[in-house]
Design a protein around this ligand. Structure first.
Ligand SMILES: CC(=O)SCCNC(=O)CCNC(=O)[C@H](O)C(C)(C)COP(=O)(O)OP(=O)(O)OC[C@H]1O[C@@H](n2cnc3c(N)ncnc32)[C@H](O)[C@@H]1OP(=O)(O)O
Ligand SMILES: O=CC(=O)O
Ligand SMILES: [Mg+2]
Length: 352
């Protein structure tokens, strides 16, 4: 085992120096597209300025007989497109699949300078990240890359959840973790058949009134993903990497999608996946703090001076802890406003 002192040393001679801090770039929506699907691929240039992250997906949802076409399609798109400030990510096939080795060799060699993050599915423990870490270092060295590729793990196996803290801290390349509710449900043998979201059968019910067990008892649907998202957020925060909600498969149900995304945002996630163009604006809206919240946060920060002590603002007590929360909101708003002039104007207006 390497010494902890070597954590930030390159894993191959000639590989770029690992980074020490994950950049807090906007990543409100990670927009998935299948590079082997001509219609989707044709939309990439027009989608690029509208999303924070474009992700060329090579794994699930790409048919087995289209895997090579998807890989080649992503190489062609990456070479032909100027993505501006939008990040380009990929999701490679799982580590036990017959495609992943060629995915990694081809993508790092051909478009390693264009790619920002490699999403690794079905991660079970730190050993999976260590494998990818070393291989990427070797490939980066061979390709002469000067900037290290970052790694994003999908939390979608029961053992991945059990090991989420060690996964988050497995490498300086770890950029973030996404919840993968579909595979996770299967791995846990949950009795659902959906891609994320809730289930009407997962509920709590008010107590009976008198002897009647059926009438007048309100039920409340519960969030199947609360425990996992909260655990993932803690693991990520502990290791300085970013947490994300993953896919919401009911594309038509834009209302429940927004609810699921907002729950994740409030619990600490910075973004979610968009599987269809209809989900892009939902993620943008939800993962950008609301202008009135930003105005409030900035006001608390201003009134709290050096950030210590207690003051009353509009009847509410503020102190060292609440000003820290306000800084989280204000810093996120500043980072997003720097990229999004419309949002900057909305924040400015709300502060008047
Ligand atoms: C559990 C997991 O692993 S989730 C992650 C893996 N899954 C994915 O990546 C799914 C990605 N999305 C998709 O495959 C598709 O959006 C589907 C299958 C869900 C729906 O596709 P369609 O039935 O074609 O949707 P729809 O007819 O509404 O599409 C409208 C247009 O948007 C395009 N479009 C749909 N999804 C996308 C996308 N993700 N990116 C770009 N364009 C898209 C369609 O090609 C279509 O184009 P057209 O107007 O030129 O015909
Ligand atoms: O890959 C995502 C999932 O939900 O499974
Ligand atoms: Mg999955």
């Amino acid at each position: 085992m390497r010494s902890p002192k070597d954590f930030f040393a390159p894993l191959a001679v000639g590989a770029p120096e690992p980074i020490r801090q994950i950049p807090a770039l906007p990543s409100r929506m990670i927009h998935f597209f299948d590079p082997s699907n001509e219609k989707m691929a044709a939309k990439v240039p027009q989608l690029a300025p509208k999303v924070d992250v474009l992700l060329g997906n090579l794994e699930d949802a790409v048919r087995a007989d289209r895997k090579e076409a998807a890989r080649e399609g992503l190489v062609a798109i990456a070479k032909a497109t100027d993505f501006g400030a939008t990040q380009l990510w990929t999701r490679v096939n799982s580590l036990d699949s017959p495609w992943v080795l060629d995915d990694l060799i081809t993508l790092v060699t051909e478009i390693g300078d264009k790619l920002d993050v490699i999403m690794v599915p079905k991660v079970e423990g730190a050993q999976d990240i260590h494998y990818v870490d070393r291989l990427l270092a070797q490939l980066e060295a061979r390709a002469g890359l000067t900037r290290p590729l970052l790694v994003h793990a999908i939390l979608e196996t029961a053992s991945g959840v059990a090991n989420v803290e060690e996964i988050a801290g497995a490498s300086p390349r770890m950029q973030g973790i996404s919840l993968g509710p579909a595979d996770l449900a299967a791995s846990r043998r949950m009795k659902t058949t959906r891609v994320g979201g809730g289930h009407p059968g997962y509920l709590v019910r008010t107590d009976p009134v008198g002897d009647d067990l059926t009438e007048g008892r309100t039920t409340y649907q519960q969030d199947l993903w609360h425990y996992t998202v909260a655990r993932m957020v803690d693991a990520c925060a502990m290791h300085g990497v970013l947490p994300y909600y993953g896919p919401f498969g009911d594309i038509r149900d834009v209302v429940a999608c927004e609810d699921q995304f907002r729950n994740a945002f409030l619990l600490g996630c910075v973004g979610a996946w968009s599987l269809h163009p209809a989900q892009i604006d939902i993620a943008k809206r939800v993962f950008s703090p609301a202008p009135d919240e930003v105005a409030w946060a900035r006001r608390v920060i201003a009134e709290m001076g050096d950030g210590t002590g207690a003051v009353m603002i509009d009847g509410k007590m503020q102190d060292d802890a609440s000003v820290k929360q306000c800084r989280v909101v204000a810093e996120l708003a500043d980072a997003l406003a720097a990229r999004d002039p419309e949002l900057a104007a909305a924040y400015e207006e709300a502060g008047r």
